[in-house]
Unconditional design. Structure first.
Length: 456
């Protein structure tokens, strides 16, 4: 497995002001990259790339990348699946390198700016260039996943156990606030594109590219404020050899986790229910545009509603966790997810009001369930293995979120109904609930060698 490192929990005599400064800088990476998740992945790219694929399709409605027949309506979902499969091989490599060298910031910079550049390159996505769109999506999504491994691994280093729920929730709130702010600007440009002298498709491409510029610009803040920690010299060459290939490092990390089976059980539960969350995020706009017949402006307003309510939801669920514990609060959010997505199956076509109600339900549980999952996992990580374990966490977060989009795409290809596709996602939340309920988190924290908070 990876090499041992010095303990990275903030020392008791660490300057509170310095820790707060790092935490504020850390929040800004959520502020930087969440615009990609919101404007690109959730709102614009799905419907836009689907239309480009349809313009390139043959008479039967199929595109044929590498000679493989794919329904044009499923191309975006399959591209998302391909991007996260690629991430599986890259994220463990990044996590092992970060733990072995202690140089998280340079690796974060590379991942952030590669993703930002790919997103900015989406300005050139027009005509029938669906393959270019798929390629840029894969690069940007994989880069985001790698950067989040490194970003999340800072959390145990900048926040003591009693602060992590609050710090993690604030990070998510920052992200949703930035997504909402940029989405307002996107909405103005999209609705008034004639006033600005651009076509509708050009307005969409500007919105896509601007997310990349935003991502790159605000990444400077965490890169200036976060600091790398020194690590102990490696005791053997196993880490260097293991990091030569991502899949070997992942296998080594999982073998190491077998010494912490409850941590592994939490990851399994998170893998399942978060697959459903990520699929809803990436496919909701396709469902709204293709199945419900809603126009782009309606979708933008709905996602803007999600962003605004997600800020409040993340902060409110952070407070609930202080009273009821993170695990119980997450379990409650999974019940809400199940009810909300199940209701989505029955939404009438051409009725924006009900789509807004659905968006409100998603927004209230989205940020909190993700933020509390991240902070809860941080308690289950053995000291000195933050990046390594968070690479496995990020695989559960994004890297393994390929099954949901794949099932969504296959269901549509087989049935021709996005309603059936959205209904299939309910199973992820139900199974995830059952698996999480079985995890003894207090014992898991003790087994990882960490102090157990009063409320967890």
């Amino acid at each position: 497995m990876g090499t041992d490192t010095v303990r990275t929990t903030p020392p008791a005599d660490a300057s509170v002001a310095e820790r707060r400064r790092e935490q504020r800088g850390w929040y800004f990476y959520d502020w930087a990259c969440s615009v990609y998740s919101t404007s690109v992945l959730t709102v614009f790219l799905g419907p836009y790339l689907t239309q480009i694929a349809k313009s390139a399709a043959d008479g039967d409605g199929y595109v044929r990348p590498l000679g493989i027949p794919i329904s044009a309506g499923s191309f975006f979902a399959y591209a998302v699946s391909a991007s996260v499969i690629l991430s599986v091989f890259v994220m463990p490599l990044a996590g092992a390198a970060a733990d072995r060298t202690g140089r998280k910031k340079p690796l974060l910079a590379v991942a952030a700016y590669l993703g930002a550049a790919a997103t900015a390159g989406m300005f050139f996505l027009d005509g029938d260039r669906y393959l270019l769109g798929g390629f840029l999506l894969i690069v940007a999504n994989a880069s985001l996943a790698v950067s989040m491994v490194l970003y999340n691994s800072f959390l145990p280093q900048i926040a003591p156990p009693e602060e992590r729920d609050a710090v993690s929730s604030r990070g998510w709130a920052f992200g949703y606030a930035s997504g909402a702010l940029v989405l307002v600007a996107n909405l103005v440009l999209f609705l008034a594109h004639d006033t600005f002298g651009v076509s509708e498709s050009t307005a969409v491409r500007i919105c896509l590219a601007s997310a990349g510029v935003w991502w790159g610009a605000f990444s400077l803040v965490p890169l200036r404020r976060l600091r790398d920690r020194r690590v102990a010299p490696p005791q053997s060459s196993r880490s260097a050899q293991g990091s030569a290939r991502g899949w070997r490092q992942l296998a080594a990390t999982v073998r190491d986790m077998r010494r912490h089976p409850h941590t592994l059980s939490f990851l399994l539960a998170y893998l399942v229910y978060n697959d459903g969350v990520q699929t809803v995020i990436s496919q909701a706009s396709v469902y709204g545009s293709e199945e419900l017949g809603l126009d782009q402006s309606t979708l933008i307003v709905a996602v803007l509603l999600v962003q605004v309510l997600a800020v409040a939801g993340a902060l409110a669920m952070g407070r609930l966790a202080r009273t009821y514990g993170a695990k119980r609060t997450i379990l409650g959010s999974l019940v809400a997810w199940t009810v909300t997505i199940g209701a989505g199956f029955f939404l009438p076509a051409g009725a924006p009001v009900w789509f807004f109600v659905l968006a409100a339900g998603i927004g209230l549980v989205l940020g909190g369930s993700q933020a509390l999952s991240r902070s809860l996992f941080s308690h289950l990580v053995p000291a000195g293995k933050e990046a390594e374990y968070f690479s496995a966490y990020e695989i559960s977060d994004r890297g393994m979120a390929w099954l949901g989009p794949l099932i969504f795409g296959l269901t549509y290809q087989l049935t021709g109904s996005y309603r059936d596709a959205i209904l299939s996602l309910v199973a992820f939340f139900v199974i995830g609930f059952v698996l999480l309920a079985r995890v003894p988190v207090r014992r898991a924290i003790r087994d990882a060698g960490n102090p157990v908070p009063d409320r967890i």
